[in-house]
Design a protein around this ligand. Structure first.
Ligand code: NA7
Length: 290
C-alpha cells in the first residue's frame, strides 16, 4: 500500500507537486495558509486538514514547501496546536523542499531526531514549469537510507535527485546554485542594457550568445522575458532576493567574501523595492528601464 503523504504549502511550486502525487495515487492530506488554494486538490480527492499539525498526524511522509525561514518555523512550531512537528509519528519521514538556511535545516533535523522522525532537506530547482511536468531536481541532505526509501515519491515530482551530504547540505548547494542563476540573469540584463544603449538590438546579442560558449539553458529561457519585457513570475524576484540574502548570511558565517553576489543582491533589492507587483527575477532588467 502506498504511504499516506501530507503536503503543506500550495504555492506556485507546492500545488503542482502535490497534484502530481495525487494523480500518482498517493493518499494525500493538505494544508495551506490560504485555504482556498486547496480547492482544486480537494475536488480531485485530497483531504483538507485544519492545521499543519493535523496534516502531520495523518502522514507517513510529510512534505513542506513554503516561502522562507519564518514561514517554515511558523508551520513547524507555530499555531494554537503547536505546529506540524508535534504531530509527526515516530518512524515517519519529513522532507522540506522550501529554500531556507542550512542552519534551520540542521535545527529541524535535531528536533526530528528526538522524535525518531527521519528528516531530509530537499530544496528543488526547475521552477513552476518543472514542478508541473514532474521534472524537478532535488538537492538533498540527510540520511542515505531515508533518501533511498523516498525514491518512489521523488520520482513522481522530479527527474533527478542528488544526495549531497548530511542535513543542511541540500540547502547549501541550493543557495550556491541560486546565486549562480541570479548572477547569470543579472549579467545578461547588464549586457543588454549596454548594447541597446549603443543603439543595437537585444535580439542580436541573444542570437550571438546562443551560438557561443556563453549560452545556457537558463539564458535561452530568460532572454525571451527580457526581449519581450514580460516578467510574469516563474521564480518570483522576492524569493530570489531571499535566497541571495541567505547565501550572503551563510558566507558571513563561513568567513567567505562574495563580491558579485553582494552587488547582485543590491541590484535585485533595488528593483524589488520599486516593483508594484510580483515579478519574475528576470525583471532585474527593470534596473535599466525608466
Ligand atoms: P509561493 O508561490 O510564494 O508560495 C509560498 C507558500 O508559502 C504558499 O503556500 C504560502 O501560503 C506559504 N506561506 C508563506 N508564508 C507563510 C506563513 N507565514 N505560514 C504558512 N504558510 C506560509 O512560493 P513558491 O511555491 O514559488 O516557492 C516555495 C519555496 O520553494 C520557496 O522557499 C522558494 O524559494 C522555493 P499562502 O498561499 O500565501 O497563504
Amino acid at each position: 500500500m502506498k504511504p499516506s503523504i501530507g503536503f503543506i504549502g500550495l504555492g506556485l511550486m507546492g500545488k503542482p507537486m502535490s497534484t502530481n502525487l495525487l494523480k500518482a495515487g498517493y493518499p494525500l492530506t493538505v494544508w495551506n495558509r490560504t485555504a482556498s488554494r486547496a480547492d482544486e486538490l480537494v475536488a480531485a480527492g485530497a483531504k483538507l486538514a485544519k492545521s499543519p499539525r493535523e496534516v502531520a498526524e495523518h502522514s507517513d511522509f510529510l512534505i513542506t514547501i513554503v516561502s522562507d525561514p519564518p514561514a517554515l518555523e511558523e508551520v513547524l512550531w507555530g499555531g494554537a496546536d503547536g505546529g506540524a512537528l508535534a504531530g509527526l509519528k515516530a518512524g515517519a519521514t519529513y522532507m522540506d523542499s522550501s529554500t531556507v538556511s542550512p542552519e534551520l535545516a540542521r535545527k529541524i533535523a535535531a528536533a526530528c531526531a528526538k522524535q525518531q522522525v527521519r528528516f531530509i532537506d530537499a530544496p528543488v530547482t526547475g521552477g513552476d514549469w518543472g514542478a508541473k511536468k514532474g521534472e524537478l531536481v532535488f538537492m538533498m541532505g540527510g540520511d542515505a537510507e531515508a533518501i533511498k526509501d523516498a525514491e518512489p515519491i521523488l520520482g513522481v515530482m522530479g527527474k533527478k535527485w542528488f544526495h549531497l551530504g548530511p542535513n543542511g547540505a541540500g540547502q547549501t548547494i541550493k543557495l550556491a546554485m541560486n546565486a549562480i542563476l541570479a548572477l547569470e540573469v543579472e549579467a545578461l540584463a547588464e549586457a543588454m542594457a549596454l548594447v541597446t544603449s549603443a543603439g543595437l538590438s537585444g535580439e542580436k546579442l541573444v542570437e550571438v550568445l546562443q551560438s557561443s560558449m556563453g549560452r545556457s539553458g537558463l539564458l535561452d529561457v530568460k532572454s525571451q522575458n527580457l526581449l519581450k519585457n514580460d516578467y510574469t513570475p516563474s521564480f518570483p524576484m522576492r524569493l530570489m532576493l531571499k535566497d541571495l540574502g541567505l547565501a550572503l548570511d551563510l558566507a558571513k558565517q563561513l568567513g567567505v567574501i562574495l563580491p558579485a553576489t553582494t552587488a547582485a543582491h543590491a541590484t535585485y533589492a533595488h528593483v524589488k523595492n520599486a516593483a508594484k507587483e510580483d515579478i519574475d527575477y528576470s525583471g532585474v532588467m527593470k534596473f535599466w528601464k525608466k
